[in-house]
Structures are given as C-alpha cells and as structure tokens.
Design a protein around this ligand. Structure first.
Ligand SMILES: Cc1cc2nc3c(=O)[nH]c(=O)nc-3n(C[C@H](O)[C@H](O)[C@H](O)COP(=O)(O)O)c2cc1C
Length: 199
C-alpha cells in the first residue's frame, strides 16, 4: 500500500492533555487544558506549555511567570474537556468542575487536589511562535499523591490511570509492552551493565 503525502501539520500524537492552573496578581485562579506541552530538559528539569495569547490564562501566566501542570486521569477526563472548551472569563471552572485547590509550596498558583501529580513551574522565557506563545519553564517543585504509591513507595503511573489525547480524542492507556531497556537486556543473566535511563 502506498503512503499519502499530507500537507505539513501537527502530527505528533498521542500527547498528554494536562490541566494548567494559574493565579493572577489579584489572586484570581483559573484552569485551562493544554496539549501542547512536554519535557525539554533533564537537568535542570524544564518543561514547556504553548498558549494562544487570546486565552484568558495567557495574560495570567505572562505577568506572573508561574503556573502548575496538573496531570490528568480517567476520573479527570470530563474536567479536562470542560476546562478546554470554557473560559475563565465567563465562569469559575473550579466550581463548575467541583475541583479543589491546594496551596503550592513555591509558586502562588494553586495545585489541583484531584490530580495525582502537580508540577510547579516558573517561566524562564516566552517565545512567540505564531498562533501560540511558548512558555519555557523550570520545574521548581513536584507533588505526588501517596494514594498511587506501591508497597515499595514508588509512584505507579499505571495506578493513576493517566489519559492521553490523540487527534481530538481522549484515551486511557492500555497494556504494558515493556520496561526501559528491555530491548537490550540479556535473558537469564542477572549481572551486566544496565542501560542508562538518562534521556
Ligand atoms: C484537549 C485540549 C487541548 C488543548 N490544548 C491547548 C493548548 O495546548 N494551548 C492552548 O492555548 N489552548 C489549548 N486548548 C484550548 C484551551 O484550553 C481553551 O481555549 C480554554 O477555554 C482556555 O481557557 P481560558 O480562556 O480560561 O484560559 C486545548 C483544549 C482542549 C480541549
């Protein structure tokens, strides 16, 4: 079968769909859904979010240089969609989605209590790209809910039931296909050099 050539477009899918929380200088809080997000550096830990300037949250993040990335789960899928199709200009999305706030430890923006992982971020740079402005940010604190820890105290992402976003649709994750480095692990041998987990 032949492959079709398509016009250039955004085709890196699936993506996370995260709930980004922010607080303006007067203390008003808001949430927006963001799929244009990801990790850009290991050390120091750095992330990005790309936000259209017309979003209500844009000015809040631009002026305070702070936001929180809250990871989403199956339980949060309705709120993830709702916060992505309604503006904080018109309503209090925390109230409408029955979501609760917790104080962050470094930034002023609130954490979402219902999210299993909250990533506090401080903007280091804004890059205007066209339709969106990319906020590059340093991770300044991370909170992980103990509810999802296994018996060894390790955080289990599988337990948290994360969701992904692909071409306008939300999915939960399916079966585990392998673990990091399994492709180079020698069968039956316990000793040997472990592949580096550093990306
Ligand atoms: C799944 C999903 C992903 C989204 N990703 C982005 C994004 O990466 N950047 C962005 O600016 N808006 C994105 N949006 C749209 C905003 O979340 C939406 O316009 C929201 O109403 C903005 O809220 P605000 O006006 O309260 O800031 C996304 C919406 C959905 C449903």
């Amino acid at each position: 079968m032949a492959k079709q050539e398509w016009k250039p477009g955004n085709m890196v899918y699936p993506l996370p769909a995260v709930l980004v929380t922010c607080r303006d200088e007067k203390g008003k809080d808001n949430i927006l859904t963001v799929a244009w997000t990801g990790t850009v550096n290991t050390n120091p830990p750095m992330v990005y979010i790309s936000v259209r300037p017309e979003r209500y949250s844009y000015e809040m993040i631009r002026s305070t240089k702070e936001f929180v990335i809250n990871l989403t789960t199956k339980e949060l899928v309705w709120a993830t969609d709702f916060c992505g199709v309604n503006s904080g200009r018109d309503m209090d999305k925390f109230e409408r989605c029955k979501l609760h706030k917790e104080e962050a430890s470094v930034v002023k923006a609130p954490l979402l209590a219902e999210s299993p992982v909250n990533i506090e971020c401080r903007v280091t740079e804004e890059k205007k790209l066209g339709s969106h402005s990319m906020f590059l940010a340093k991770v300044v604190a991370v909170h992980a809910d103990e509810e999802y820890m296994d018996e060894k105290g390790r955080f289990s992402f599988a337990k948290a039931k994360p969701i992904v976003y692909s071409h306008g649709e939300y999915y939960r994750l399916g079966e585990k296909l392998g673990t990091f480095g399994y492709s180079v692990k020698k069968k039956g041998k316990k000793k040997g050099k472990k592949p580096s987990k550093k990306h």
